[in-house]
Design a protein around this ligand. Structure first.
Ligand SMILES: Cc1ncc(COP(=O)(O)O)c(C=O)c1O
Length: 383
């Protein structure tokens, strides 16, 4: 069993994907080719955002966004403490300082209250707080309206890290089209993934969009006239062709993912595990999740036992994430600056001991899901 079976997906759309790749090669249309423009137009329409800019990865997209928003050395940006490293890494890589907020134990996302607390911590230190990156973790947006309101009142920019949530709906709007600026990733395992690295920045402001277009291409707006120091962070045309081919099936895949989520939920409920030993993913009424992961919670101590038991039966699982960011070795320096320590972010720390992501993708079969749930039941009941 595969954790995410990308081969099955490729086999389903092989002809279309192969044709698109061949087309790029036949036309030698390699750098910022027509498929990049085509994908930008298609995805900006889909999410309802004015500008979309193809970039080399989600991480680069975050860095370009922060750079274009004017982040300077020593500026502070608040991120959730429970996320993939890239969210905060992008801030540090530009010389900024990430500060952290705790999460909602049900959705694993930043809460407005936790954000307010984080703002107070930074302001007490009299550090220049510039913005917030709110992550739509596991495929579901946080309380974005409330978070946006706080950011407006506090004069902070707000970036949606939508690297796991492209296609998710929030109060009738789309992830990547809710905030002034958002970034997604086309890493192969993402709900909309390519065959390598890639990403896209979505935004509403013309000037910042022009800046990001220049920054992703060595700071040039016209050939060999470099107005600023940029980098090479262009979306590869072959990746754009693959993503565009897969995008035709994306809505259908989202339905399949939703169906697979319900099947897991029902199986856990049928075994009576849902209320006692296992906490299922929680999706809020006013939004949808693209289920980048199907992540359950199993009490501290038991989770690792279940993971090992499944591995012995050749069932792969993953822990997203083992450590909250304030306990990552690379962010040790922040502990002194903000007095962070173990026990500081209780919900995130608890989640790190309890989360377990199960095999999940658009092509997973109910039999495979049943095998995974059976194995979890056996592991828990034999205790
Ligand atoms: C929440 C989050 N932010 C940022 C990234 C970085 O994206 P990429 O791998 O495309 O650089 C990822 C992807 O793994 C992610 O999950």
């Amino acid at each position: 069993m595969q954790f995410i079976d990308l081969k099955r997906q490729y086999e389903a759309y092989k002809e279309e994907i192969d044709r698109a790749i061949q087309d790029v090669i036949d036309n030698s249309d390699f750098i910022l080719g027509s498929y990049v423009k085509g994908l930008e137009e298609r995805l900006s329409q889909y999410v309802g955002q004015r500008y979309a800019i193809g970039v080399s990865s989600g991480t680069d997209g975050l860095m370009l966004a922060l750079n274009a928003l004017g982040l300077r050395q020593g500026d502070v940006v608040i991120t959730p403490v429970f996320t993939f490293i890239a969210t905060a890494e992008a801030v540090s890589a530009l010389g900024g300082i990430p500060a952290f907020s705790d999460i909602d134990p049900e959705t694993f996302n930043m809460t407005p209250d936790a954000l307010m607390q984080a703002i107070e911590t930074v302001r007490e230190k009299k550090l220049p707080l510039k913005g917030v990156i709110a992550v739509s973790l596991y495929g579901q947006c946080p309380d974005m309206d409330e978070i946006q309101k706080i950011c407006r009142e506090e004069g902070l920019f707000l970036i949606e890290d939508a690297c796991q949530s492209f296609g998710a709906r929030y109060k009738g709007r789309f992830s990547c089209g809710i905030t002034d600026i958002a970034v997604t990733s086309f890493y192969p395992a993402k709900p909309l993934g390519g065959f390598g690295d890639g990403g896209m920045v979505f935004l509403s402001d013309k000037e910042i969009a022009e800046k990001i277009r220049a920054l992703r291409d060595h700071g040039q707006r016209s050939h060999y006239l470099h107005e600023m120091i940029g980098k090479n962070a262009r979306l590869d045309t072959i990746q754009a062709a693959v993503v565009l081919a897969k995008f035709r099936h994306f809505e259908d895949e989202l339905k399949r993912r939703e169906n697979a989520r319900k099947i897991y939920d029902e199986m856990f409920e049928d075994y009576g595990l849902a209320s006692s030993s296992v906490r299922l993913p929680v999706i809020r009424q006013d939004r949808t999740s693209v289920m980048a992961q199907y992540t359950i919670r199993i009490k501290r101590g038991k989770r690792d036992m279940v993971k090992d038991y499944l591995l012995k039966r050749s069932m792969p699982t993953a822990i997203h994430y083992k450590l909250p960011l304030h306990l990552q070795p690379c962010f040790k320096g922040l502990n002194e600056l903000f007095n962070y320590s173990e026990g500081q972010f209780t919900e995130a720390e608890k989640a790190c001991h309890e989360v377990l992501s199960l095999p999940f993708h658009a092509f997973i079969g109910a039999e495979e899901q049943s095998m995974a749930v059976e194995a979890i039941k056996d592991a828990i009941w034999r205790e």
